[in-house]
Ligand binder design. Structure first.
Ligand SMILES: *Cc1c(COP(=O)(O)O)cnc(C)c1O
Length: 398
């Protein structure tokens, strides 16, 4: 291949435009998920090429791309980045995806590459539990941080003069939802960029770029990859100066995904629609069963028609996630409940094919009651899971 053809291929792979010949914009989401990011078939080559383990690439003469050094580029990332781009922004030209070593690496890359001393940023007050640590670091760099809750579009009030609005919808762990399009329009009218943490929804549940956001940022550690065996993150955004700055941040911080993780993630995307549909349907069934229990208070699931989040969620989401949250009477009661579960592992994180749950207050980072439980619904048979949860409620009764 001539050097310019290689350059061109790398550029197209990086931009996520290669693969448009698959016609993936017009097909169903399951078809798109199983084919996302696959290279054109080559006789005797595997469908999804294996991980490329390389610190450096053969590079005689002038150092031109696409592949020079392993901190900048990797062919396994390129395929995954194309796949995520096809899911986050199907059919959109000029959109680019970058993968990172974790969701926090992706989040930090956007915040720290876009903001300067003297800028103001609006963060959710009820977002992911590491955001307060990020806040302290932003403030140490002279950036003004304003916070407001996700529900009721409360961040609107804090937008004047802000350079960036950070949205997490649905929020983790409270499952509040805000009107992304309304907030994005208001932010853009004031000249602010908009990023949405899309971790809980996954790109099959919500496509923030279509709702007006400049960046969709997510942890790939959760339901996107779904097996609880890797950490990963990504940023999808319009190509141009902003994404160039995100790419530069990845290079200077070196927060890069391992090739094995990237490959495992891509392999997992093939089952994304199957997992998400199964897990989310069971989450709704479980929420409906929990609604009947008098000892369960503060039940939240955006897919429940009477949930406070449902109206907005139904306008902007296509699926409502696999996380159900609720509160039991006390810390002791919640611990007994968690201990009595057989098919739900006591563990943090969410989105995996094996159900997990935890008393969120044990970390101390979220403003939640002591008996608050975040339960992530896996791919078990719905009857088994619901029966297990109801039995554990009975056995842990006060
Ligand atoms: C888990 C999570 C993150 C952080 O992702 P890591 O991959 O653990 O770094 C960020 N945002 C949300 C909403 C999360 O649930």
């Amino acid at each position: 291949m001539s050097e310019s053809a290689a350059d061109d291929r790398g550029r197209r792979a990086r931009n996520g435009t290669e693969g448009a010949e698959h016609g993936l914009t017009t097909v169903g989401e399951g078809t798109r998920a199983v084919r996302a990011g696959l290279p054109e078939p080559v006789k005797h080559e595997p469908t999804l090429p294996g991980p490329v383990f390389a610190a450096h690439y053969h590079l005689p003469g002038d150092p031109t791309g696409p592949y020079t050094y392993g901190r900048d580029e990797n062919p396994t990332w390129s395929l995954l980045e194309r796949a995520v781009g096809e899911l986050e922004a199907p059919g959109r030209d000029g959109v680019e995806t970058l993968v990172f070593s974790s969701g926090m690496a992706a989040i930090s890359s956007v915040l720290f590459s876009q903001l300067r001393a003297g800028d103001a940023v609006v963060l959710p007050s009820d977002g992911y539990q590491a955001l307060p640590l990020v806040r302290a670091q932003l403030e140490a760099y002279g950036i003004e941080v304003r916070t407001a809750p996700t529900g009721g579009d409360a961040q609107l009030e804090a937008l004047d003069g802000a350079a960036l609005l950070w949205i997490e919808s649905p929020s983790n762990p409270g499952l509040d939802v805000c009107d992304i399009r309304r907030l994005a329009d208001a932010a853009h009218a004031r000249g602010a960029l908009v990023a949405v943490d899309n971790t809980l929804a996954t790109p099959l549940g919500q496509r923030p770029l279509e709702l007006g956001a400049d960046f969709s940022v997510a942890s790939g550690t959760k339901q996107l990859t779904g097996h609880g065996d890797l950490l990963l993150g990504y940023v999808t955004g319009r190509s141009g100066d902003t994404m160039t700055a995100v790419r530069r941040w990845r290079k200077i911080v070196g927060a890069i995904a391992g090739p094995m993780e990237a490959w495992l993630a891509h392999r997992s995307l093939a089952t994304l629609q199957l997992r998400v549909d199964r897990q989310n349907a069971t989450a709704l069934t479980l929420a409906e069963a929990l609604r009947e229990r008098p000892e369960v208070t503060g039940l939240r699931y955006p897919g429940l028609p009477d949930d406070p989040s449902h109206k907005i969620a139904s306008q902007q989401m296509r699926r409502y996630g696999c996380v159900v949250s609720f509160t039991l009477s006390s810390r002791e009661r919640a611990d007994r409940f968690l201990g009595a579960l057989r098919f739900v592992d006591s563990a943090t994180s969410f989105g995996g094919v094996r159900s997990t749950a935890e008393r969120r207050g044990r970390w101390g980072g979220d403003a939640v009651p002591e008996g608050f439980v975040r339960l992530s619904v896996g791919a078990e048979d719905p009857e088994d899971l619901v029966a297990d949860v109801l039995r554990a409620l009975d056995e842990s009764a006060d």
